[in-house]
Design a binder for this molecule. Structure first.
Ligand SMILES: NC(=O)c1ccc[n+]([C@@H]2O[C@H](COP(=O)([O-])OP(=O)(O)OC[C@H]3O[C@@H](n4cnc5c(N)ncnc54)[C@H](OP(=O)(O)O)[C@@H]3O)[C@@H](O)[C@H]2O)c1
Length: 270
């Protein structure tokens, strides 16, 4: 599969950290042209340098995906530089842990949806004409929280449900165009997302989840994503409990509510 990424133009949003960074590093030895986007230019440039050493050509485009104009400019910069686009990985995201009742500012809901959901929508919308030309691939990094409700994680879970609804609809619209839509639903992955999660007051929580060391490593997650991209898979779920949970929920939804509550209590336990 490796050779297939050579010279391919691949945009990764959220490439400065975690899963996006691991994905860039895993693809780089196959000589793709990587477009690395997120807000932090310094971190992106460090990732770009490492990717170039591994064999990739890179373009760094500092982008806040909550801003539709910035998403437009990201796609435009890609086309201006490389004249094509083969893969768009919608990975940028953030997290929030708080009960709905405790959220202090109503704008917090909107902001999370703008980053996690609308950011993917904006990038995809602007990328579509170019992906159709290349019979390209769209990858949406969703979550196992897109399949069921998660206490203290309602707006995050809602943003991932929204991603699934959008990308499943788009897949049907794109039938016959040669463009594939792959939804990836990771369970817990070892990244900075927990530390950077926002709390009820909108400030960073610096969370350290219990069991962190047992979470999937970001490199392993990146390998799963690349395989799914290569095979143009519809959906990939990274954990057994994520895979089984979807079926159990159909016949016994209360059991899944209980498992979600227990799971959250366990990881948030001091
Ligand atoms: N880690 C997990 O357990 C897990 C599980 C399921 C799904 N996911 C999903 O995986 C994706 C990647 O998360 P991660 O775990 O790798 O977290 P991470 O290490 O915190 O990385 C998040 C990335 O998103 C970027 N980002 C955040 N806000 C942004 C914005 N407004 N505009 C552009 N980029 C932005 C960050 O870069 P800047 O700060 O430079 O902008 C960073 O590169 C997310 O969509 C997340 O929901 C993660």
């Amino acid at each position: 599969m490796a050779h297939q990424w050579g010279q391919q133009v691949i945009i990764i949003t959220g490439a400065s950290s975690g899963i996006g960074k691991a994905l860039a590093y895993a693809l780089a030895p196959h000589s793709p042209r990587l477009v690395l986007a997120s807000r932090d230019r310094g971190r992106l440039e460090a990732v770009a340098k490492a990717c170039e050493r591994l064999g990739a050509t890179t373009l760094v485009v500092p982008t806040d995906v909550a801003d539709p104009q910035a998403c437009h400019d990201l796609i435009q910069a890609t086309i201006d530089t490389f004249s094509r686009l083969d893969v768009l990985v919608n990975n940028a995201g953030m997290s929030m842990w708080s009960n709905v009742e405790d959220i202090q500012r109503i704008e917090q809901f909107k902001h999370l949806l703008e980053v996690n959901f609308l950011g993917s929508v904006y990038c995809t919308k602007y990328a579509l004409p170019f992906l159709k030309q290349s019979h390209g691939r769209i990858v949406a990094i969703s979550s196992v929280t897109s399949f069921t409700g998660i206490p203290s994680h309602a707006i995050y879970s809602a943003s991932k449900h929204a991603m699934n609804g959008f990308f499943e609809s788009l897949r049907i619209e794109l039938d016959g165009t040669g463009v594939s839509v792959t939804i990836v639903a990771p369970d817990f992955v070892q990244t900075e997302i927990f530390e950077r999660s926002l709390g009820a007051d909108g400030h960073t929580l610096g969370l350290h989840l219990r069991g962190y060391d047992s979470f999937l490593r970001s490199e392993a997650c990146a390998a799963i994503i690349i395989q799914a991209m290569a095979r143009r898979k519809r959906l990939v779920v990274t954990s057994l409990r994520g895979k089984l949970g979807r079926w159990v929920k159909l016949c016994w939804p209360q059991a899944i509510d209980w498992i979600a509550r227990r799971g959250v209590e366990e990881v948030l336990r001091k």
